[in-house]
Design a binder for this molecule. Structure first.
Ligand SMILES: [Zn+2]
Length: 164
């Protein structure tokens, strides 16, 4: 069993969402390599920082991310596997990238109770302004409003047809 701690600088951006790990960011890795019958069991943690914008108010955000990963790298054999020991080496890039990218928040927020933007003015809401503003329509119901709107259009179209 061997343990390694090392840092790498990302040559390219990881992640395509509204937050990502930018090129040039440092990844700090703690990796444990264990020899097992079928190959090498790799486990460890990676620490870094993601940057992007709050999904509600578009404020720039930077936040730490720490992810654990584990994968068996099999010795080359008859069966094809996703992860293989090649020339006595294990290539951790895909493993670590997938672990990090999948852990990035889909809807990041600058703070858990971020009130987002005022739908009328576009200004960022604060505690005081947020209380006075009308609550935006729950996104889960906004689809229903579209249906109502479409019905309205359909009805008026039908009415126009009857008239002509
Ligand atoms: Zn926010």
């Amino acid at each position: 069993m061997r343990e390694h701690a090392f840092s790498v600088t990302l040559p390219e951006q990881w992640g395509e969402g509204i937050v990502s790990i930018p090129a040039g960011e440092t990844l700090d890795l703690d990796v444990r390599l264990e020899s097992v019958h079928e190959g090498i069991l790799v486990s460890g943690t990676v620490d870094s920082e993601y940057v992007g914008v709050c999904g509600r108010c578009l404020t720039d955000i930077t936040a730490p991310v720490e992810v654990e990963f584990q994968e068996l790298f099999a010795y080359p054999g008859e069966e094809e596997t996703d992860f293989e020991v090649q020339d006595d080496h294990v290539d951790l890039e895909t493993l670590v990238r997938d672990a990090i990218v999948l852990s990035l928040p889909f809807q990041p927020v600058c703070q858990p109770d971020c009130l987002g933007l005022d739908p009328n003015t576009g200004e960022k809401l604060t505690e005081s302004t947020g209380a006075e503003s009308e609550a935006p329509i729950d996104p889960r119901w906004s689809a229903l409003r579209q249906i109502t709107d479409q019905d309205g259009t359909a009805e008026s179209r039908a009415a126009e047809k009857e008239e002509s």
